[in-house]
Design a protein around this ligand. Sequence first.
Ligand code: AGP
Length: 612
Amino acid sequence: MCGIVGYLGFQDPKKIIVDGLKKLEYRGYDSAGIAVMNDGKIKTVRAEGKIKFLEDKLGQEHFNGHLGIGHTRWATHGAPSERNAHPHRVGDISLVHNGIIENYLEIKKGLLARGAIIKSDTDSELVAHLVNEEILRTNNLFEAVQKTLSKLVGAFSIVVIWEKSPDELVAFKDGPPLIVGLGEKENFIVSDVQAALQYTKNFVYLEDREIVHIKNKEVRYFSADGKPIEKKVNHLDWTTELTEKMGFKHYMLKEIYEQPRAVAAAIGPHLNPETHEVEIKNLGFKKTSKEVFSGIDQILFVACGTSYYAAMVGKYLIEQNARIPVEVDIASEFRYRKPIIKKNTLVITISQSGETADTLAAIRLAKEHGAITLSITNVQKSSIDREADGHLYMSSGVEVGVASTKAFTSTLALLNVLALEIAKARSVLSKEDEIEGVKNLLAVPSQLEAVLSFDKYFSEAAQKLKDFKGFLYLGRGVNYPIALEGALKLKELAYLHAEGYAAGEMKHGPLALIDSRMAIVVVAPTDDLIEKTVSNLQEAKARGGKIISIGTGENEALKSMSEYYLSLPSASWMTNPLIATVPLQLMAYHLADNLGLDVDQPRNLAKSVTVE
Ligand code: AGP
């Protein structure tokens, strides 16, 4: 959370930084600010709220220097306000910070005792004070920053500039990402490559407790103790079009509509459309994937939010196909509950961003316990991807909307592939089941297209939903996590109270909530459990609940009991979760949009959760 841009080069820093911040706004939008050299002085402009308010304030403001830093904030310490906005200035030092300084109380106490005047409620300003104290002693920006790093505990990435040195910038990280973009006669420091992608394709990823020192055109890297280190330059072939709206009203809508293509890209490299064989190539393990998958005794998924719900689907898919025990854990719980990770456990982390702090900590913990790790990420070279032994990529393209959509369905597709691959490696997958599984998966992109073509019905259903006081999302089996995901989408986009439940759990409590103002959204494909689901719904309907159901084809029994019936194409039990997700995404989208809410950037959220 929080987005950082630092620039030193020959172009207008204001434009580069503000454009870069717009690309990073998904990381936080509580306030924004820039500090840029102008006539030998650092000029700072900050505004509460989204970057457009900063732009309004900046107006025609001109800066003639070539150095600057900028920040878009997701508030941790201190309310969202201009006073707490970054960059923070102390003496001649200006600084932007992403993350949390855990020992801030101790630092603050020391600073106050030494007479410091603290102007904001942030932990970030305290770091600026520490750098300022050091620079008054050393008169050297690099040394001042390096000395400060040793005083900080927590998770942070920080970029510092100094008014007395207009061609110099120092940055370091311990936790949240910080990436150096290497251009022609210009260099960038960003939280995400997207912020500099239009100027360079060459990036260096800082590891924890590494420092980068950019002076004029020279870029040098150091360990925390000040020793020079070599870093690898990564060349990315991403294009900037990936980050445009392409005529859609919102990024989220565009990303929902990209799902057929995204799913095809996720499964394409692993399926043979001629022989209908599954083969995941280049997982990156030291051993072959057959050796890894046949040698494990259990699988443990760890993830957060939507990625956690994808992992829950993975449990159903892998257990039923590969007959190996699978557990699923929320990363923030896993890391603190002293987990027992038995020998021969494969720990699979799922993270769209690859930067979620809890998931990153979880994979590190798993490695400490000797587990083999596999990451499923969308962002190659992200922190989690770099940490893992083996790698699978969602290949969804950049996901800008804060609510995850295409990354979720791409992950479900990959989990289908993985379930087949693990079953095959363990010799429990028949040739027929492999062929059928691959054929079913290859059919998903066109099924998704078909579901998207029903959007007007989902939009109509959304109209029906708007007056209810609460929502229960129900599903059974592999569709139970889809109900959870549907409820999360409604909560985060429309700010309405929704809960996901396993349909069979209704009579164990939630039935008490049912009255005519409670909507029940049910994922009920025609599968082995449909009759049980219909019985659960009868119980709710008898108590006045209004049912919106998502079924297969023309399911008359379901239709007759529903206020609104949404018909989906017939799909296998393994792939149904993918197509059933789309109506839930679109209903939440339309409902939120009709309410005039900010669909791409829901309140209080950020896309990349780099603090715990
Ligand atoms: C999804 O819509 C959410 N905004 C959120 O739950 C997200 O899935 C979660 O924060 C995990 O993110 P990650 O996949 O990048 O690790």
